[in-house]
Design a protein around this ligand. Structure first.
Ligand code: S3P
Length: 429
């Protein structure tokens, strides 16, 4: 599908977001290995989370979906059944990496694969710790999917993450549920903490001390009834859109505001965005609130603060849209973002190519981008490389570009934000 977009006069109204993708994956997997029924409202409609549900079904889990409510009949900690088919994680790195941790604790062989993008993404980062724990894991070409995992009783590890990755951290913590003693993971750069929070919510014992996160094995996990907050990474496109389009004002209710993710909000406020968090509350250990954002002419005047170090890791999924903001404002320097090269696409190269197509001056670094900014963006054909965050980020660029921008393969937005195009059309005047 090609989506044609023109500049908007203004953005106004209420944006209802899909459920948080990261939290939905974790709730579904933990529900599957709990005892009793779990019911989740606001569950992500994203294609990625539905890949997780399909994998769980293939592993013998009863899952029913009605609108955004998902009910899962838990099979107990070691109750998954051998799948008769190869599991398909689709486009979803979170599905393959987190589920591998759980499969490593089950005494049968599972094959798991994904689409062409996922098949090119590095899995050595989870294979190495799972092998140290005693699982047998085979891969293609030394670390690519498909993976074949033969699990069983695991040995505990104390593992220092070699990359800043919540997926790797989560994989090891989930495998730790099947270990012979306490498993510990050290992260020197903090990443999203949804697994730690969800594990506790379902009844596991998790201790955090400095950089170390410990999980005790063999917990008695119990099914939960929980509400998934709105996806802050999906909100980012609308926050950026409102920042750029004159006269905009948007309200985004019920957005997840986990401290490990909300660096984005602090960063945008530091950049000059008129953004308020209203009605803050906490449910199931996950803070949430309503966001009110207004057009911010101040933000357009100055160069945005550089994105580097721990901030890069905390905002890793929002960098494509922040790069668009940087191009339309007075520029932005992004560093320490080498991980972007192994996301759903090589996002450094995809951002640079599409910004250049729109007339921006950009240079690529191995681990980031230098964006000059200060130029009026021109319309272009946006090559999304089937990467949802590239498609949606450049939809925001289109809102302030001269002429008609065409987003190629625009259906990729469904990976994290089904209904994105309708939601955007609903607020763009
Ligand atoms: C995610 C972690 C991040 C993020 C991804 C979702 C998660 O990936 O980019 O979209 O749910 O744990 P990495 O763990 O590879 O950094």
């Amino acid at each position: 599908m090609i989506k044609s977009l023109r500049a908007a006069r203004t953005l106004s109204g209420v944006v209802n977001l899909p459920g948080d993708k990261s939290i939905s994956h974790r709730y579904a997997m933990l529900a599957a290995i709990s005892e009793g029924t779990s019911v989740f409202s606001g569950f992500a409609s994203s294609r990625d989370c539905h890949s997780t549900l399909d994998c769980l079904r293939a592993l013998g889990v009863e899952v029913s979906v009605s609108g955004d409510t998902v009910a899962i009949q838990g099979r107990g900690l070691s109750g998954l059944k051998k799948s008769r088919q190869v599991l398909d994680a689709g486009n979803s790195g979170t599905t393959i990496r987190l589920l591998s941790g759980i499969l490593a604790g089950h005494p049968f062989e599972t094959a798991i694969t994904g689409d062409s993008s996922l098949s090119g993404r590095p899995m050595g980062r989870i294979i190495r710790p799972l092998q140290q724990m005693g699982a047998v894991v085979e891969s293609r070409d030394g670390g690519l999917p498909p993976l074949k995992i033969r699990g069983g009783q695991l040995k505990s590890v104390r593992y220092t993450l070699p990359v800043a990755s919540a997926q790797v951290k989560s994989c090891v913590l989930l495998a730790g549920l099947y270990a012979d003693a306490t498993t510990a993971v050290e992260e020197t750069i903090p990443t999203r903490s949804h697994t730690e929070i969800a594990l506790r919510e379902f009844g596991a014992t998790v201790r955090i001390s400095g950089n170390w996160i410990e999980v005790d094995p063999n917990p008695h996990l119990r099914g939960q009834t929980l509400r998934v907050p709105g996806d802050l990474s999906g909100a980012a496109f609308f926050l950026a859109g409102a920042a750029l389009v004159p006269g905009s004002e948007l309200l985004l209710p019920g957005v997840g505001l986990n401290p490990s993710r909300r660096t984005l909000l602090d960063y945008l406020v530091r950049s000059g965005l008129d953004l308020k968090v209203l009605n803050e509350r906490e449910d199931a250990g996950e803070p949430r609130g309503d966001l009110r954002v207004r057009y911010s002419p101040d933000l357009l005047q100055s160069r945005m603060p550089p994105i580097q170090g721990n901030d890069t890791a905390s905002m890793i999924d929002e960098i494509p849209v922040l790069a668009v903001l940087g191009a339309h404002t007075a520029g932005l320097e992004i560093s320490d973002a080498g991980e972007l090269r192994v996301k759903e696409s090589d996002r450094i190269s995809a951002i640079a190519a599409n910004l250049r197509a729109m007339g921006a001056e950009v240079s690529e670094k191995p681990d980031g981008l230098t964006i000059q900014g200060g130029q009026t963006l021109q319309s272009a054909d946006i090559v999304t490389r089937n990467d949802h965050r590239i498609g949606m980020a450049f939809a925001v660029a289109a809102l302030v570009a001269k002429g008609e921008t065409r987003i190629i393969d625009a259906e990729c937005a469904d990976v994290s934000f089904p209904g994105f195009w309708e939601t955007l059309a609903g607020v763009a005047r």
